[in-house]
Ligand binder design. Sequence first.
Ligand code: A3P
Length: 282
Amino acid sequence: MVMGLLAKFILISLLQTPLHHPNGTLQQLPQIIIIGVRKGGTRALIEMLSLHSAVVAAQNEVHFFDWESHFQKGLPWYLSQMPYAFPEQLTVEKTPAYFTSAKVPKRIYQMNPNIKLLLILRDPTERVLSDYTQVFYNRLQKHKRYQPIESVLVKDGEINLGYKALNRSLYYVHMQNWLQYFPLESILVVDGDRLIKDPLPEMKKVERFLKLEPQINASNFYFNKTKGFYCLRDHGRERCLHDSKGRAHPHVAPAILQKLYKFFHQPNKKFFELVGRTFNWK
Ligand code: A3P
């Protein structure tokens, strides 16, 4: 009992004593988390948000709330994964797997019920193709066998419900878990399809949601014809996202694509009802 109290006291003291760096920066728990969705454009979003001088982003996906081995290390470990920031700056981390992990909303809520959450979504069919493409390249790199897309999407002539990537695109299922803990006002749904085509208006919405002084502007983006995507300009330095972002997707027979669009029709409708807005998904 005494030991338990002592441990709790030490934990709270640790978290309240930020880890200071001599230049006045410190590590702080994130006030913003990009919770997903995998292949939604999470890297683009965190990089674009980092253009703002009041935001500092964790470089890697932390997987604190979804991986037991990390979660058991406790908040001091989570804190130690955060970048150094000036006290007036906001810290953001992104772990796209949070969105589809049912235990995560409660855990984040317990850390900070007032945290701001960013969720970037794409057309669910497009997201499935992107998900497949990522796994395809990972397996290729490891010299592992891979199945053609059509054989994972369809089984016995029907959509293969056992394919995990399909489940990740059932946005309403996962959103329901989040809305049990967080009000809609705490979650900004960023339109990932729009962020690809024209990043600035989406980023202005993000700035407003986070109550940041407007700073991100048109000169921060330029379209790179070779990449086929917008790239970033930060204090004159130009950079595109890694080659693994923006890869061509495999060709899928139109009949299977139609089946997929149809499959997502009802789930999408449920999602639109949940969040009180619609998206331009096929
Ligand atoms: P594809 O590679 O399938 O096109 P995540 O970072 O969550 O893994 O998402 C990856 C997706 O981000 C890419 O999927 C790509 O479409 C999208 N994206 C959005 N803006 C981008 C940008 N400016 N440059 C590259 N990819 C971008």
